[in-house]
Design a protein around this ligand. Structure first.
Ligand SMILES: NC(=O)C1=CN([C@@H]2O[C@H](COP(=O)(O)OP(=O)(O)OC[C@H]3O[C@@H](n4cnc5c(N)ncnc54)[C@H](O)[C@@H]3O)[C@@H](O)[C@H]2O)C=CC1
Ligand SMILES: CC(=O)C(=O)O
Length: 314
């Protein structure tokens, strides 16, 4: 499958690198308003290909996106130390208005995969501006937070993150919800598994993991300016599910008719992802406190998305 990436900065190039190493895309096209950057990133990634795969990697203009099955949107500004994702909204909404005007006429039938923050609201905006079916406008949502959650739980229990089945729901951001009650290790309830291996999940341990997941981006941005390897791999994972029609259960964000009592909101719940984009939505059983937290997260996102007044693309 040919994959386009608009925004060849740290996130876009990391996604391109992951896609090329994993051999998921037959061809990658990187597009950026800084065409010299797109060209340099494409050349650098292409030089990794002979070691791992046969992906063809090029830089190009918007017209070169023709034929893409998936287009990743990673253009825009990223957080400065201490800045929240929501504070990027005004600037990135304008970037998306400009980008979608160019991209949509070239690839009206592609699946759009949104990375730019605040990713849930950018997903809602893209759905509104494009008129494309919500199932085909997918935000990376909490795929990265879920990976962070699984990584920290796995580390605590002394097992691989792939053996931890746990999800982060809601906003990819400060109001996200770690669904502890639905979490499993193997097929065993998390608290039971933890007791059996002698590593109980005390309140203190849970609070430490919650902090590690919720504040990971702030800590990494303080240390090195931005985050990109994790989301690069996450984006490649979503493209793999689409390209291979894998029907993987992933926490991704799409505009959804109703979640936790809130109507028409884009946020993450587990969803089945395949060739058509999101194929099925899954609503996990939650404890009351988790349900209420998801309701608060959904309400916040809805309020922010409804306040965006960009129109006039179509
Ligand atoms: N969804 C997630 O889990 C994550 C999302 N992000 C978000 O991804 C976005 C990109 O982050 P980085 O790659 O670190 O930023 P970056 O600054 O390295 O790259 C952004 C690129 O967008 C390009 N760009 C800006 N306006 C454009 C336009 N109108 N047309 C074409 N290209 C344009 C810039 O030239 C730049 O190369 C940010 O919004 C960031 O917050 C970052 C990490 C994780
Ligand atoms: C920056 C960002 O959204 C993240 O690393 O989670």
């Amino acid at each position: 499958m040919k994959v386009g990436i608009v925004g060849a900065g740290m996130v876009g190039s990391s996604a391109g690198y992951a896609l090329a190493l994993m051999g998921i895309a037959s061809e990658i096209v990187l597009v950026d308003q800084n065409s010299a950057l797109a060209l340099a990133q494409a050349e650098d990634i292409a030089h990794a290909v002979p070691f791992m795969s046969s992906t063809v990697v090029n830089a190009g203009g918007y017209r070169d996106l023709e034929g893409c099955g998936v287009v990743i949107l990673a253009a825009g500004v990223s957080q400065k130390p201490g800045e929240t994702r929501l504070e990027l909204l005004g600037r990135n909404a304008l970037v998306f208005h400009a980008v979608l005007r160019e991209v949509l006429p070239v690839v009206p039938d592609a699946i759009f995969l949104i990375a730019s923050n605040p990713v849930d609201i950018m997903t809602q905006i893209t759905t509104r501006l494009s008129g494309i079916a919500p199932q085909r406008v997918i935000g990376s949502g909490t795929i990265l937070d879920t990976a962070r959650f699984r990584s920290l739980v796995g580390r605590h229990l002394g097992i691989s993150p792939q053996s931890v089945h746990a999800y982060v729901l809601g906003e990819h951001g400060d109001s996200e919800v770690l669904a502890w009650s639905a979490a499993r290790a193997g097929s065993v309830a998390l608290s039971s598994f933890a007791a059996q291996v002698g590593s109980p999940l005390t309140e203190t341990v849970r609070a430490g993991i919650d902090d590690g997941v919720r504040n990971a981006a702030y800590k990494i941005i303080k240390g090195k300016g931005s985050t990109y390897y994790g989301i690069g791999a996450g984006l490649a994972r979503i493209v793999k599910a689409i390209g291979g029609d894998q029907r993987d259960v992933l926490t991704v964000s799409i505009a959804t008719p109703e979640v936790a009592g809130v109507n028409d909101v884009a946020l993450s719940i587990p969803r089945v992802v395949g060739a058509g984009g999101v194929v099925v939505d899954l609503f996990p059983d939650l404890e009351e406190a988790e349900y209420l937290a998801l309701n608060r997260s959904a309400s916040l996102l809805k309020q922010q998305a409804d306040a965006v007044s960009i129109t006039g693309l179509l």
